[in-house]
Design a protein around this ligand. Structure first.
Ligand SMILES: Cc1cc2nc3c(=O)[nH]c(=O)nc-3n(C[C@H](O)[C@H](O)[C@H](O)COP(=O)(O)OP(=O)(O)OC[C@H]3O[C@@H](n4cnc5c(N)ncnc54)[C@H](O)[C@@H]3O)c2cc1C
Length: 502
C-alpha cells in the first residue's frame, strides 16, 4: 500500500480532509491536477458553523484578522428596501456574524494548517482512472498508479472520481447565467452588509470584502458573453441599484452558470465523495464551501477511527446519511432563495409584503441567521434529550465561568462527556474529555435537569441523559469511546472546565 488515504483535489474540501486525516495520524497523500494553488475567489461568505470547524483547526485568530464581519443583509425591490436581516443577534457561537473572506484566502489558511500538520499538496497530478477491490483502491495519477486504502474524491463539480465510479449527478441548470466583478467600487452602500436588489430584469447583489473591496454580482441579461463581464456588471449595476456604484479597479471577474445537482451516492466501498463532487447548488446564501468543509471534517474523524479499527465501517454509512440530509436541505433552501430573487407580478408583491411583516415581527432576525449559519440543522437521530440537547443537535458554544467556551472542550478532536450538575456518572472510566459544568452553563445550554451529554468531535450531540434516567444513561454508556493518542491532533484544550467541580 502506498498510503492509507489519498485525497484527490486540493480545494477547500480536500485541504480540510487531508489536514484532519494527517492530524489524526493517518498516512495521507493529497494531489491536485492544477499546476499551482487556486488564485480565484469563488466563495466569499463563511458562516458560523463552518467557522467553528476552522476554529477547531486553530484558525480562529488568523481568520478574524483577515476577514470582514457581515452584520446585516438588506433586500430591495425596484429600489425600495423591503426587509433587513440583522446577523448580530446570533446566539450560541463564538462567531456572532458571518464573515466575508475570499475563497483563495481561506484556502491559503487551510494550506498553512496542512503544512503545520506535516502535509504537502502535490500539484500537477490528475486522477484519470480508479479501480477498487476488497483491500484497496488503485488510482491512476497522470502516468503512475497509486495504491491506497481509502480514496477521498474532493475534486469539485466535474469530479473524475465520481465519473470513474459511475455515480449519477443529476439535476437542472438554472436558465439564467451570473456575472461578477470583485474590486474597488465607489459606493455609499454600507460596506459590512449584503445588499440584494431585485427587479424586473434580474437580481444584483453587493457584498463587502476585506480591504475595502466589494463584490458585485447578478443575473446576466440574455446575450451577455464571458468576454464582456466587466461591461455587463457595470451596466446591471447602473440599471438595478438605486445608489451609484462606480468601478475604480478590478481584482477578479467571472461569468458562471448555476446548477442544482446531488450525487446518487456519497460512498462507494472504499471511496467517499465530498464537497462539490457530491452536491452543487446556487451560491444564494453562501452555502457551498461552508457545507463542503463540514462534509470533509465529519468524514475525516470517522474515517481515521475506521482505519484504526475504533469504529465499524457502518460509521461511514452514517456519515453519508447525515451529509446527504444536510446537502438536500441546502439544495432546497438555496433553490428557494434563487427563485425568490426572480419573482415578478403578484408573487413579487406577496413576497415583499411577507418579508416586511416578518421583519416587523422579528421573525426574520430570529429564524434566518441561525438557518444561514446551519446552526439549527439537526441530523436525523432518535433518543432521549436533555432540553434541546438531543442526538443529532449541535452543542451551543457558550462561555464557561472560568474562561473559554464549550467548544474549546472539543479542540482535542475527540468525544467529550459533559456533566451538567449533579454527580459524575461513569467515574472509573478513562474518557477522552470529561468536563463538569456548573448550573449556569447548563442553563445556558438549555438543560433544566442534571444530566450527561456525550458530544462528538464535530460538536454534535451523540447521546444525552438525565442523571435520574438509568436507561438513557446506559444507552449513553454504550457509546463512550476510550482515550486515544492525541499527539498529532489539534491545539490542546484550555485548562478551564476540565473536571471543574460544580
Ligand atoms: C461565483 C461563486 C460564488 C460562490 N460563493 C460562495 C459563498 O459565498 N459561500 C460558499 O460557501 N460557497 C460559495 N460558492 C461555492 C464554493 O465555491 C464551492 O462550494 C467550493 O469551491 C467547493 O469546494 P471543493 O473543494 O469541493 O471544490 P473545488 O473548489 O472545485 O476544488 C476542487 C479541486 O479539485 C481539483 N481537481 C479537479 N479534478 C481533478 C482531478 N481529476 N485530479 C486531481 N485534482 C482534480 C481542482 O483543480 C480543484 O483544485 C460559490 C461558487 C461560485 C461559483
Amino acid at each position: 500500500m502506498d498510503s492509507e488515504a489519498l485525497v484527490v483535489g486540493a480545494g477547500p474540501t480536500g485541504l480540510m480532509m487531508a489536514t484532519e486525516l494527517i492530524r489524526r495520524g493517518i498516512d495521507t497523500r493529497i494531489v491536485d491536477r492544477a499546476a499551482r494553488r487556486n488564485p480565484h475567489a469563488k466563495a466569499i461568505i463563511l458562516q458560523p458553523r463552518a467557522l467553528e470547524v476552522l476554529a477547531r483547526l486553530g484558525l480562529e485568530d488568523r481568520i478574524r484578522d483577515a476577514a470582514l464581519p457581515v452584520v446585516a443583509a438588506n433586500y430591495y425591490t425596484r429600489g425600495r428596501r423591503v426587509a433587513r436581516i440583522n446577523f448580530r443577534g446570533l446566539k450560541g457561537s463564538r462567531f456572532g456574524t458571518p464573515l466575508s473572506l475570499p475563497q483563495n484566502e481561506t484556502e491559503g489558511l487551510l494550506l498553512e494548517t496542512l503544512h503545520e500538520a506535516g502535509g504537502r499538496v502535490e500539484y500537477g497530478h490528475r486522477l484519470t482512472t480508479l479501480t477498487q477491490d476488497a483491500d484497496g483502491v488503485d488510482a491512476g495519477l497522470s502516468d503512475t498508479v497509486h495504491r491506497t486504502g481509502r480514496l477521498l474524491g474532493c475534486d469539485g463539480a466535474h469530479s473524475a472520481v465520481r465519473e470513474q465510479l459511475g455515480v449519477a449527478f443529476d439535476g437542472p441548470t438554472y436558465p439564467q447565467s451570473f456575472v461578477l466583478v470583485d474590486g474597488a467600487w465607489d459606493t455609499s452602500l454600507a460596506h459590512a452588509e449584503a445588499h440584494y436588489f431585485m427587479g424586473p430584469t434580474g437580481v444584483l447583489v453587493v457584498v463587502g470584502l476585506p480591504g475595502g473591496l466589494v463584490r458585485v454580482f447578478g443575473s446576466a441579461p440574455e446575450g451577455a458573453t464571458p468576454s464582456s463581464v466587466e461591461e455587463t456588471v457595470r451596466a446591471i449595476a447602473a440599471e438595478r441599484c438605486p445608489v451609484p456604484l462606480r468601478l475604480a479597479s478590478v481584482s477578479g471577474a467571472g461569468h458562471f452558470q448555476v446548477h442544482r445537482k446531488l450525487a446518487d451516492r456519497f460512498r462507494d466501498g472504499r471511496v467517499l465523495l465530498a464537497g462539490d463532487a457530491a452536491h452543487v447548488h446556487s451560491p444564494a446564501g453562501g452555502q457551498g464551501l461552508n457545507t463542503s468543509i463540514q462534509d470533509a471534517h465529519e468524514a475525516a474523524w470517522r474515517l481515521a477511527d475506521v482505519i484504526r479499527g475504533r469504529l465499524p465501517e457502518a460509521a461511514l454509512d452514517a456519515w453519508e446519511r447525515e451529509r446527504r440530509h444536510v446537502a438536500e436541505a441546502v439544495v432546497t433552501d438555496t433553490d428557494r432563495q434563487t427563485r425568490l430573487w426572480t419573482w415578478g407580478g403578484w408573487r413579487e408583491r406577496a413576497r415583499d409584503l411577507a418579508a416586511s411583516a416578518a421583519e416587523r415581527s422579528g421573525v426574520l432576525d430570529r429564524v434566518l441567521p441561525p438557518r444561514f449559519a446551519q446552526m439549527d440543522l439537526r441530523y436525523p437521530a432518535e433518543g432521549p434529550a436533555l432540553g434541546p440537547l438531543g442526538p443529532g443537535t449541535r452543542l451551543p458554544d457558550v462561555p464557561l465561568p472560568a474562561g473559554g467556551r464549550t467548544h474549546d472542550l472539543l479542540r482535542e478532536g475527540q468525544h467529550a462527556l459533559l456533566v451538567l450538575g449533579g454527580r459524575t456518572p461513569f467515574a472509573g472510566r478513562d474518557l477522552p474529555v470529561r468536563a463538569h459544568l456548573d448550573s449556569r452553563t447548563a442553563r445556558a445550554l438549555g438543560a433544566r435537569r442534571p444530566g450527561a451529554v456525550l458530544v462528538r468531535p464535530d460538536g454534535v450531540v451523540a447521546a444525552a441523559a438525565a442523571l435520574t434516567d438509568r436507561a438513557a444513561l446506559h444507552r449513553l454508556e454504550q457509546l463512550l469511546p476510550t482515550r486515544r493518542d492525541t499527539s498529532k491532533t489539534t491545539t490542546p484544550p484550555p485548562s478551564v472546565a476540565h473536571e471543574e467541580k460544580a
